[in-house]
Write a protein that binds this ligand. Sequence first.
Ligand code: F6P
Length: 326
Amino acid sequence: MTKEIKKIGVFTSGGDAPGMNAAVRAVVRTAKYYDIGVAAIYQGYKGMVEGNIQPLSTRSVANIIQRGGTVLKTARSEEFRNRDGRMQAYENLKDQKIDACIVIGGDGSYTGANIFTSEYDIPFIGLPGTIDNDIYGTDLTIGFDTAVNTAMEAIDKIRDTGSSHDRLFFIEVMGRHAGYIALHTGIGAGASTIFIPETVTPIEKLIEKLNRSSKSNKLFNMVVVAEGNENGDAMTIAKKVKEHYGYEARVTILGHLQRGGSPTSVDRVLATRLGYSAVKCLVEGDRNIALGIINDKLEKTSFADAISKKKDINKDLLDMANILSL
Ligand code: F6P
C-alpha cells in the first residue's frame, strides 16, 4: 500500500526557466482539488536544507502564470551534496509534515532527487524545467520555447543592422552542453551556420561558405554559436576568423536575457499540464519518477534514466539548415 499524500512540497531548482511559475500554479490548484496541502520550499535544495518552507494557498499563486523567472526562487546548494545536508533537509520536510516533493528543474535537480529518494522515504516527482531542452524523457522542457523565441526576436533585430551594413555577425546563445537553443534559434532566424556542442563543424566549412557568399555578393552573414561548442565561444571564433582569414565580424552574446520574459503559450500549456499531472500521479500512487510529454502523451521516466540517458539532437535539422543557407 502506498502512503496517502496529505501535503506536497514544491520547489524550483537550477537555472530558472519561463513557465516554472505556471507549473507551480498548476501544482497548487490541482492539489487543492484533491484536498492536499502545498508548501513552497524556497530557493530549491538550499531552502530545503535551511528550512525555508512556507504554506502556499491557492490565492498565493494568482497572477503568476504569465511571469518569467520563479517566484519560489532558485539557488545552488553545496550542503545538499553532503549526507549531513540531506539529513537536515529530510528533518525539515518531516517537521513540516511533507509527504512528497515536486521538483521543477534540470538534470542537476534530478540528480539531487535521485540521491535523496534512494536514502529517504519521501517520494519525488520531477518536472523538466530548463531553457536548454536537454532532458531525456520529454520532447520539450519548460522554458525552451520561450528562450528560442526570445533569442530569435533578438537576432531579427541584429539582422536589421547587420544587413544594412553587410556585416558578418556571430551571435552566441546559451546551452553549455546542449545545442537545442542554437539549432532552433538558428533555423528560425535564418542563420548561415550553426555551431552546436553535439557535432563538430570545422571553421573551414564556415570559411568556404563565407568565400562562396562573398563571390555571389551576399555580404551579410549570421552565425549562431552555442556557448558550449568545440570551436570555442563566439568571441574566440570571430577572432580566429579575422586573424586567419581576414573576415571582420561583430559579436553579440545574448546571455541571460534568454532566460527571462513572459512564457509563451507553448510553455504555459506544457508547464500547466505537467504540474497538474505531477499531483495526479502522486494521488494515483506513482513515486520517484520524472514526467515529460512525448508525442502529446504523458511519459514517466525513472530519475536514473532521465539523468543517464541522452536525448539525441535531430541532426537532420542541422543538415536542413546547411542546405537552406547557401
Ligand atoms: O539554465 C541553463 C543555462 O542557462 C545554460 O544554458 C547556461 O550555460 C547556464 O544555465 C548558465 O548558468 P548561470 O546562470 O549559473 O550562469
